[in-house]
Design a protein around this ligand. Structure first.
Ligand code: F6R
Length: 366
């Protein structure tokens, strides 16, 4: 059942070219300029006229929500707020009939997310579910939604569900943007082509596995890790840190790289590994200076960079090259080496990768 892999997590990481492909299949056809999410078809008008979009989720799904926030605001020009479901449900939030709530959940059973939906629904909001498990409570409670079609995810640490969630949310945003006219036809067509190319690029990232295993060996005994990214790669930093802490039990924190100097920089010394997600995008120059700041304090830098980037290679201790992509789609690619890094470190530390201590796949109690 693990198809020759040592763990479900590794199998699921390697399934991503296929799971993302399955998620896009039948919905996206770049050549024809076709994009269709059947599950939300009846709500496209409602969503494009929404006052705002509220995204509620927990854990990794919340990170997918943060990526979606940037994509929706950029392409649809609709204000988006992303909230932890557990906070939303208990803080008397302002929500009404013109709000659209997107609930993201792999299992579709997370108690806090379900309760957040029920609260928003009672106030008249429209609820869209983005879930993986077909027929689960969240999709049943939602007015509409789109499944991620990633297939069963057995490893407790979420991997392929995360990339499928981002794929669905990106399709939603592009569909709305096209409908609203907030993207030009040519930008829209270009993004469809880029999105269709993601599975092959993810496959290229998987070829980095052996290199990442070597890097993992160097850092497996670290006590702490920092993950830094900007823009679309900021949620990827959070996700990389979460993956590492949950399966290897190494303390890790993700930050927007610019926040480093507001505190975390105090932690940096020769024992602190810092993972930078520093692909070529609109904040590239800024993140390069952040790398220099870490090196000046003797931190150890592992940088995820765009193929052919020699500038960062000259500064970082280790660089991992990923294929170039449109910056809004980069999280689908840049997260792959981070999943592999946490996997190998956890295995080397003798941890139970598929069933980390204290964690459950589906958190049905609050
Ligand atoms: C992280 C992880 C958890 C879940 C969270 C939400 O790897 O697995 O953080 O992402 O419990 O679960 P779902 O998506 O099922 O609502």
């Amino acid at each position: 059942e693990k198809a020759g892999y040592d763990h479900f997590m590794l199998k699921e990481i390697f399934e991503q070219p296929k799971s993302i492909g399955d998620c896009l299949r039948g919905r996206l056809n770049a050549k024809e300029g076709h994009l269709h999410l059947g599950g939300i078809n009846d709500y496209v008008n409602k969503i494009s006229n929404a006052d705002r979009i509220l995204i509620v989720a927990c854990g990794t799904s919340w990170h997918a929500g943060l990526v979606a926030e940037y994509i929706f605001e950029e392409y649809c020009r609709i204000p988006v707020e992303v909230e932890y479901a557990s906070e939303f449900r208990y803080r008397n939030p302002i929500v009404g009939e013109k709000d659209v709530v997107i609930a993201i959940s792999q299992s579709g059973e997370t108690a806090d997310t379900l309760a957040a939906i029920e609260l928003a629904k009672s106030k008249g909001a429209t609820i869209l579910g983005v879930c993986n498990v077909v027929g689960a409570s969240i999709p049943r409670t939602s007015h509409a939604g789109s499944y991620t079609h990633a297939g069963p995810e057995i490893g407790v640490a979420s991997t392929k569900a995360f990339t499928a969630q981002i794929s669905v949310l990106t399709m939603m945003a592009l569909m709305l943007a096209h409908k609203k006219g907030s993207l030009t036809e040519s930008e829209y067509r270009k993004l469809l082509v880029e999105l269709e190319a993601v599975p092959d690029k993810v496959a290229k990232c998987l070829d980095l596995n052996a290199q990442i295993e070597i890097i993992s060996e160097k850092f497996k005994d670290a006590a702490n890790f920092l993950y830094l990214g900007r823009g679309y790669n900021f949620p990827v930093a959070l996700e990389g840190a979460l993956k590492l802490k949950e399966i290897s039990y190494i303390h890790a924190e993700g930050y927007p790289a610019a926040e480093m100097k507001h505190g975390p920089i105090a932690l940096i010394d020769e024992n602190m590994p810092v993972v930078f997600i520093a692909t070529k995008d609109s904040s590239y120059e800024k993140i390069v200076s952040n790398i220099q700041e870490v090196k000046a304090r003797k931190g150890k830098v592992i940088a995820i960079v765009t193929e052919g980037d020699t500038d960062i290679a000259g500064m970082a201790d280790y660089t991992v090259e990923v294929p170039a992509a449109h910056e809004s789609l980069m999280p689908l690619i840049s997260v792959i080496p981070l999943q592999l890094l946490s996997y190998h470190i956890a295995v080397m530390r003798g941890c139970n990768v598929d069933q980390p201590r204290n964690l459950a796949k589906s958190v049905t109690v609050e």
